[in-house]
Design a protein around this ligand. Structure first.
Ligand code: SAH
Ligand code: SF4
Ligand code: F3S
Length: 440
């Protein structure tokens, strides 16, 4: 049996695609291995959102090539989709290149490469090519499942490569999503994540499965329909501010199993920069959403993404971002330095914030966020949170899992609790996780 090693970079869409890649390969007679040194085939599922992510790929392929062995090397994901055939020239030793919508055809590419059938490239972008099936054997967790509901992006934010690497938005049928969730529940899955580049832009071709449900948008109706399956917990990510309607919060308030966590990337606290990024909303509109979320009795945790050093960002613009972070009180924020991506509109703009200045802004924002975050997280002290037990440590009796607000929670307990939802009283708060004791 040929062994395949698969390494994943990038976002949850790639993690989800990798689950499908592994499941397909295993079904077709390959053995997945976590040990790269024994693999006959090495596949990289790649990300190109920032230059750094791409560099990592070049380093990793170089590493495999110089290891003395000669495994088949495949490049999949966003870099594959963008570069296509040119990757054979850019990186030596690559055998196949499969784009973001060719996941379902991975076994054929591996087979052909193993029999030495030349270089294979498949970056077709037919809408019906995306494989929506939720992997049933090779998921990252037996209790948590990623369910893609929308794939691709039509927003074309000026800095972003994703609309080019993932193609146009397509939404999966609501009826199928709901039946997948119901099926996962029967198989013992406790938590589903409805995923997509922008989940709240969800727009299926028909409203089959959403009839008679409350809500102004198909996404809100879909939330209500999945909630009605009775699955324990539903999380969703990522939300796009421009399309975020307050009825999403109404749905969360009506259904206990719609979790109290919203990831709402803002990118910048300056209207001027937001315009340059073509995000399609103002800070004022964003604050209105934050205020609605904060007014909810559900204690909704809010997280975000921010870019510092976008072309033309002045010290004053940056101050606006610092102020925004202070105002919003995020439970967590991913902060990035702007990275010019060839082919995007912002690539044509002058990258005029120096690398040193980007670093200064990055570090300052990180410091402010850490302070705000530590303060915010104190509200969990003494509170009881519901935790889905997802992992245990081999050495001692410590267990770990996520709360409904998507915080990592660590506590002492019995391994038999794996897969259960338990109550933990929080007694210590760290930047990235909570600690507590099990309530009997
Ligand atoms: N669809 C999501 C984001 C997907 S990409 C949204 O619009 O909210 C994930 C994050 O990567 C983005 O939110 C952004 O903060 C960051 N990002 C995207 N392109 C980038 C670039 N060129 N340089 C730096 N960060 C970038
Ligand atoms: Fe990129 Fe903007 Fe689409 Fe998000 S919404 S994936 S940032 S283009
Ligand atoms: Fe990266 Fe592609 Fe996701 S570029 S962030 S893996 S959609």
């Amino acid at each position: 049996m040929k062994k395949v090693y698969l390494e994943t970079f990038g976002c949850q869409m790639n993690v989800s695609d990798s689950e499908r890649i592994s499941t397909t390969l295993a079904k077709d007679g390959f053995e997945m291995t976590a040990d790269e040194t024994v693999a006959d085939v090495v596949i990289f599922n790649t990300c190109s959102v920032r230059e750094k992510a791409e560099h990592k790929l070049f380093t990793r392929v170089g590493h495999v090539r110089h290891s003395g062995r000669k495994p088949v090397v495949g490049i999949m994901g966003c870099v594959a989709q963008l570069e296509g055939e040119t990757l054979f020239k850019k990186i030596q030793g690559v055998d196949f290149v499969l784009g973001t919508r060719a996941v379902g055809r991975v076994s054929a590419a591996v087979d052909a490469s193993l029999s030495g059938n030349g270089k294979i490239v498949d970056v077709g972008e037919r809408d019906d090519d995306y494989d929506w099936t939720v992997a049933d054997t090779h998921r990252h967790s037996p209790y948590v499942a990623f369910v893609p509901i929308i794939e691709g992006c039509n927003k074309f934010c000026t800095y972003c490569i994703v609309p080019f690497s993932r193609g146009r938005e397509i939404s999966f049928s609501a009826k199928n999503i709901v039946s997948q969730v119901a099926d996962l529940r029967l198989k013992g899955v406790r938590e589903v994540h409805l995923i997509g580049q922008n989940v709240n832009s969800y727009k299926p071709e028909s409203d089959e499965g959403l009839e008679r449900l409350e809500g102004k948008s198909a996404f809100t109706k879909l939330l209500r329909a999945t909630a009605a399956t009775g699955i324990d917990r539903i999380k969703f990510t990522t939300s796009f501010p421009r399309d975020f309607r307050s009825d999403i919060v109404d749905a969360i308030e009506d259904h206990e199993n719609l979790c109290n966590w919203v990831h709402l990337p803002v990118q910048s606290g300056s209207d001027r920069v937001l315009r340059g990024m073509k995000r399609g909303h103002t800070i004022d509109k964003y604050f209105k959403i934050i205020d609605r979320l904060r007014s909810s009795p559900r204690d909704i945790s809010i997280t975000t993404d921010i870019i510092v050093g976008f072309p033309g960002e002045t010290e004053e613009d940056f101050r606006d971002t610092v102020e925004l972070v202070e105002y919003c009180g995020y439970d967590m924020a991913y902060i990035f330095k702007y990275s010019p991506r060839p082919g995007t509109p912002a690539f044509e703009m002058e990258d005029d914030v120096s690398p040193a200045e980007k670093t200064i802004r990055f570090l300052e924002l990180e410091r402010v966020q850490r302070r705000v975050q530590n303060e915010r997280l104190k509200r969990y002290l003494g509170k009881t949170v519901k935790v889905l037990v997802e992992g245990s440590s081999a050495r001692n009796d410590s267990l770990t899992g996520h709360s409904t607000c998507h915080k990592v929670v660590n506590f002492v307990g019995n391994k038999e609790m794996l897969g259960e939802i338990v109550e933990v009283e929080v007694n210590e708060v760290k930047s990235n996780s909570l600690f507590g004791v099990l309530k009997q």
